[in-house]
Ligand binder design. Structure first.
Ligand code: HSE
Length: 398
């Protein structure tokens, strides 16, 4: 079985390493070797095992009748979409780790794959090496998934864990994460929550069977979380995590990416460092949780190679996947209900004129008041918080 890799970066080179390291076991599982014969990249890699397999033009892969399986690990929507579409239309199976491509064009690429009796798979696009897409689509095919709650970004989870454990502030921890290679030079997509937003859009689209546009999901990153917020969280015996969540609400879903204060005992409470975890609630399953390495070259490549093996086993068959292009309108985010932690310089008597029975939190911080509201709709909270003279911080509770 011959394969090609498009994009020889962190993940693409990881795919070649996984196939090489586990060559024999993969060959025995498939009954034949799985070999990468072409690698698309504009760069040269002198001395690298793929040095002599490099091609510059994606048509060299699309037009190669020996290649059945193509891996896309370039990232970004274009030119990845053009390349992937061309491969599917040439009758090749494609798998990808590219969440931007899947969130934006997943439903369309699934349709094109179906029309050409090939497969488009994307296990690595959410949760890196953690199996989550196949479990949702196959193992839980008999369930209605009523909730998904995930820590799906390793960079921000590493940063929040450091801030909680060491009392350090955001900028300091970001620099350390960049020095260690856990955060990109331009960290915007991670710290602003955009990466998690695409991942929860993919998962929610899969369980809803309809297109959910990631732009419709209200998203807050972790840039406003400070060492003082962490002090309050510790006083409340809670941790702050960036949670990407969606919940079945009537005929649709509500979805949000935002920092949440989780209580001790919450399944996501102990998910630390670069690890990811996705908790799902099925109407028959109850709760289940998938935990593990959510990023990095080999864990992500492991999921890509899993897709390659699945596609090699179904080389003459399109595996049905229900994600239609018709857009699903999400529930109004203003109707979500939470308790909220708020920090303000307003006086307690002013706070009590606005909020019923606030629960005050003493974290030993001078010159301000921290309190937790009762459960309120997001829209009511926004209106009430707008009456405070000063809101220094506001974090939802789980
Ligand atoms: N920057 C991402 C993360 C990579 O930290 O989770 C995997 O999508």
């Amino acid at each position: 079985m011959k394969a090609a890799v498009m994009g020889y970066g962190t993940i693409g080179s990881g795919v070649v390493t996984v196939l090489d390291t586990n060559r024999d076991v993969i060959a025995s599982r498939l009954g034949e070797p799985l070999e990468v014969t072409k690698v698309l990249d504009l760069r040269d890699f002198p001395g690298d095992p793929v040095e002599n397999k490099l091609v510059r033009d994606y048509q060299d892969i699309a037009n190669d009748p020996e290649i059945d399986i193509v891996v896309e690990t370039k990232g970004g929507v274009e030119p990845a979409f053009t390349f992937v579409k061309a491969m599917l239309e040439s009758g090749k199976h494609v798998c990808t780790s590219n969440k931007a491509l899947v969130a934006d064009k997943g439903a369309q690429l699934i349709r094109i794959a179906r029309e050409h009796n090939v497969n488009f798979m994307f296990e690595a696009s959410v949760g890196g090496g953690i199996p989550i897409i196949r479990p949702l689509l196959k193992c839980l095919a008999g369930d209605v998934i009523e909730g998904i709650y995930g820590i799906v970004n390793g960079t921000t989870n590493y940063m929040l864990t450091k801030m909680a454990n060491e009392g350090s502030d955001f900028d300091e921890v970001l620099k350390e994460a960049q020095d260690k290679g856990y955060a990109e030079k331009d960290p915007t997509a991670d710290i602003e929550g955009h990466d998690a937003q695409r991942k929860i859009a993919i998962l929610t689209s899969l369980v809803a069977g309809r297109q959910i546009d990631y732009q419709d999901i209200p998203t807050e990153g972790i840039t406003k979380i400070s060492a003082i917020d962490m002090k309050y969280a510790a006083a409340m015996k809670r941790v702050i995590k960036l949670v990407a969540a969606s919940k079945k609400t009537g005929d649709t879903y509500s979805a949000r990416v935002a920092p949440l204060m989780l209580p001790e005992g919450h399944p996501l409470y102990h998910v630390d460092d670069v690890f990811n975890a996705i908790m799902v609630h099925g109407n028959m399953l109850g709760d289940g949780m998938f935990y593990g390495s959510g990023a990095g070259s080999l864990p992500t490549a492991s999921a890509v190679v899993g897709d390659m093996v699945d596609m090699a086993r179904h080389v003459d068959k399109n595996i049905r996947l229900d994600w239609e292009e018709e857009k699903l309108i999400l529930a109004d985010p203003g109707d979500d209900s939470y308790r909220y932690f708020v920090r303000t310089s307003d006086t307690k008597s002013d706070i009590e004129k606005i909020f019923d029975s606030p629960e005050y939190i003493d974290a030993g911080v001078e010159g301000e008041t921290g309190f937790v509201t009762g459960e309120m709709k997001q829209s009511s909270f926004d209106e009430a918080a707008g009456k405070l003279i000063d809101v220094r911080s506001c974090i939802r509770l789980a």
